[in-house]
Design a protein around this ligand. Structure first.
Ligand SMILES: Cc1ncc(COP(=O)(O)O)c(C=O)c1O
Length: 456
């Protein structure tokens, strides 16, 4: 475990005999790390980086196991939606535990198709969190509905269920929890609130493949769940998405919608009569489905590895002052960990900015991200939507007053979270415990040397 305030001098004093022995025989990398590496000059000031070894690569395409099925499809000449897409949908529904799955061209389209087929649109309000990828909110606007922001719980990064009811109005039709960073939102409480107020629930599970609450998969709690299979995601096919649900009629409608409104299942139409409902084209290709099928076999074990490493890394860094790792709700039995997240408190790092901390971490060989940009609840895209002809026809003038909207949708906790969050990408979690030790050591080294970094 990383210990606090353990200077080199203290280390030598307390470990003279054992320490010398360890150094002499080179037996303990941990002791060596504590004694030398951690207190060393940080890489940002010219020291040797904690890590120079590359991290596990992502996407992890393995030609020997992954290419057969894809090549078969490529050589068949059948590239538009057919049997392989059907097979993938069947397998994804089985994997998640829903009756049905429909694949579409990306996660954004999965959300749009779902909202439209739940008949969410003009005059409706949809409850959303501000700490998410912009697609969650754009989907609501594209459907013609009004996003209503509920602030987040900074420990879990998720929509704060305690703040939902205050935002429910006569116009509210749907809650969209987003299992952001692959950590489950509090679905038990959200479903209770939805039931009480007779609201639909659409889970944005675009980052939450195989995550669970009480051993039940994310995506099965709400009326439907949406996934993304974009390049950086845990089951990547370049661009792709899926809708899962037990509501067969809903999935049939989504199917028809994703296929230009042609009849499908419960969407009945006479053979040859053409399209029977409004629709668009959102079909994935056979080779994309083959790519996903090839990689699906290892999603389970990779998810386990990410969980184990996240837990271990959390235990290694939780005692470093100024580092506040993510928290999972107590009923979460598994997360997807699209990111490993912690909050950075600069007060404990001699006031050095998050930006400098991230640069120092990068210099130590630990790639990182600062997470979502702030103010998704007040960026210009909202004003632009409100000024559009469609919105002006769909909503009363007072609902489109942007300044008033911003005031109604303030999310102060999220504003701070966006300034403090640090993300480590999921591929780092595919390494070993020793790799996690490198991360912990780099953070600790920066903490120990914050003063010299500041004055440099
Ligand atoms: C939370 C969330 N929702 C929606 C999406 C949209 O998915 P896609 O990029 O496949 O359109 C993403 C993708 O990053 C996401 O992270």
């Amino acid at each position: 475990m990383v210990k606090r305030n353990y200077s080199r001098r203290e280390f030598v004093k307390q470990n003279t005999v054992a320490g010398l022995g360890a150094f002499a025989i080179g037996a303990s990398p941990v002791l060596t790390d504590i004694g030398i590496k951690r207190a060393d000059k940080p890489a940002i000031l010219g020291g040797t980086p904690v890590r120079t070894k590359p991290w596990p690569h992502w996407p992890n395409w393995i030609p020997s196991t992954d290419e057969d099925q894809v090549l078969k499809v490529l050589r068949s000449g059948i590239w538009s939606r057919a049997d392989v897409v059907n097979e993938f949908e069947k397998k994804w529904a089985e994997t998640i535990g829903t009756k049905r799955c429909l694949s579409v061209v990306n996660g954004t389209s999965a959300l749009i198709a779902s909202l439209i087929q739940f008949d969410i649109g003009a005059g409706d309000e949809v409850i959303v969190p501000p700490y998410t990828w912009i697609s969650s909110i754009q989907a609501v606007l594209i459907a013609g509905a009004m996003p209503v922001f509920v602030d987040v719980d900074p420990d879990t990064y998720q929509m704060d269920p305690a703040k939902i009811e205050a935002k429910i109005t006569a116009r509210t039709r749907l809650i969209m929890p987003v299992h952001i960073l692959g950590m489950p939102a509090d679905m038990i409480r959200i479903m209770e609130i939805a039931k009480k107020h007779k609201l639909l629930v659409l889970e944005d599970a675009c980052q939450a493949w195989l995550a669970e609450i009480n051993h039940r998969k994310i995506g099965t709690f709400g009326d439907a769940g949406c996934f993304s299979f974009q390049n950086s995601k845990h089951l990547p096919m370049g661009e792709g998405g899926a809708i899962v649900s037990d509501n067969e009629e809903f999935i049939d409608r989504c199917y028809s919608y994703h296929n230009m409104g042609f009849p499908h299942g419960a969407v009945i139409g006479a053979v040859g009569s053409g399209a029977v409902m409004m629709g668009t084209k959102m079909r994935i290709t056979e080779y994309q489905a083959a790519m996903a099928l090839s990689q699906l076999g290892r999603l389970e074990s990779e998810t386990t590895t990410r969980n184990k490493n996240a837990e271990y890394l959390k235990s290694r860094i939780k005692d470093i002052p100024g580092i506040v790792p993510y928290r999972l709700y107590d009923n979460v039995t598994r997360a997807a960990f699209h990111m490993f997240a912690f909050r950075y408190k600069k007060e404990e790092f001699q006031g050095i900015s998050r930006d400098t901390f991230l640069k120092a971490l990068n210099a130590e060989g630990i790639p990182n991200l600062s997470g979502y940009a702030p103010f998704l609840n007040r960026q210009p895209y909202l004003k632009n939507a409100f000024q559009s002809k469609n919105f002006r026809k769909m909503y009363p003038v007072e609902m489109l007053d942007f300044d008033a909207y911003v005031k109604r949708n303030l999310c102060p906790v999220n504003d701070v979270l966006c300034e403090e969050a640090v993300w480590l990408m999921q591929n780092l979690l595919l390494g070993t415990h020793a790799d996690m030790d490198d991360i912990a050591m780099a953070i600790d080294r920066i903490h120990k040397n914050a003063g010299s970094i500041k004055s440099s």
